[in-house]
Unconditional design. Sequence first.
Length: 205
Amino acid sequence: MNREEVQSELESKLNFSSEDIKKLTIFHDELLKYNKKYNLISKSTESDIWNRHILDSAQIVKFIAFEDGKSLSDMGSGAGFPGLVLAIFNKNKNFHVKLYEKSHIKCDFLENIKNKLNLDIAVFGRYQEEEINSEYVVSRAFKQLGEILRISRETIKVNHKLLILKGKNALDEINKLQKPLEFMYKIEKSITDPNSKILIIDIKK
């Protein structure tokens, strides 16, 4: 999908507002500026940011209830996918979005977008240095499934829903787990790539 088609999809199918689209446009343009100097995303995807990165991230709003007193943690946020996109969509001041990213350069970029768009988010460095109590944990291009599950068990202190954006190897990763996946889970199709999946796992502590 081209830029106009993605923006139409965001508004008509995912309930992003026109103001959200303006913020996403600023985010998009700033990302291209930063990417000239720093490798925040692959250069080969610069021409397809709206579909490849923004819409791919935005589609998981369908699986999140942005409720009072709850929070979302994005593990390995990178250039802000999916966390920044979800933060732009979030309208509830009592629902908190937290971004975890070990790269200082990427954290600086996330802080810049946070300030430029006046987003109510928190940017952290290494997730190992924080106690995480989020009801939603999201990741995209972070780690292999087995490692994500280990981090989830050891680091996240409350019952939570894992939302993992995965490519065509999602089922292979489930089948290769050392132990069978012991939690309730489902697999949703991605709207941006017929081969990609969204893995949703309910983790009970």
